[in-house]
Design a protein around this ligand. Structure first.
Ligand code: S3P
Length: 165
């Protein structure tokens, strides 16, 4: 599952895991466990390039020997290696979410997003979305819009697309 921060990847992956009876791995959570730091702390103490390297290592270290749903971090598509690995390893689902919806969700978070620590976080978010949108589209096999939908509704929509009745 790929998409911007706040697009609901983790919650939708969990719902889809229940529907498909498949294990779910959240790559950010895996990195947090591995480093014993939050993503925000990793960015602050180690920097973004370090985080991106670990993100790729975490992603590609998973063997495609067991059907698993992966919730990735929003920036996973920045690396060509990650995009190619994901497309070859399985079905890539892009959770497409409008700038307004993402902003509504992330601006409420107390901890804040490391990448939005900016004088104008909404403008920064728009710039990130503009850069990444073509990468999400290029990488995805399936695209689902999530605006105004619950993770459960999105998971059912994905299920219909991957397993048509
Ligand atoms: C990031 C998104 C975050 C996390 C990190 C970087 C990004 O994950 O990996 O803060 O570059 O958009 P979520 O998309 O799960 O919020």
């Amino acid at each position: 599952m790929i998409g911007m921060m706040g697009s609901g990847k983790t919650s939708t992956a969990r719902e889809l895991g229940v529907l498909l009876k498949m294990p779910v791995i959240d790559l950010d959570a895996e990195l947090e466990n591995y480093t014993a730091m939050s993503v925000t702390e990793i960015f602050k103490k180690k920097g973004e390039p370090w985080f991106r390297e670990r993100e790729t290592t975490a992603l590609v270290s998973h063997k495609a020997d067991r059907a698993t749903i992966f919730a990735t971090g929003g920036g996973v598509v920045l690396s060509r290696q990650n995009r190619e690995w994901m497309r070859a390893a399985g079905s890539v689902v892009f959770l497409e979410t409008s700038l307004e919806t993402i902003w509504k969700r992330v601006s409420k978070e107390a901890d804040g997003r490391p990448l939005l620590k900016d004088m104008n976080p909404k403008r920064k978010l728009m710039s990130i979305l503009t850069t990444r949108l073509p990468l999400y589209v290029e990488c995805a096999h399936i695209q689902v819009n999530t605006d105004g939908k619950s993770p459960k509704e999105v998971a059912h929509e994905i299920l219909k697309l991957i397993k048509p009745a």
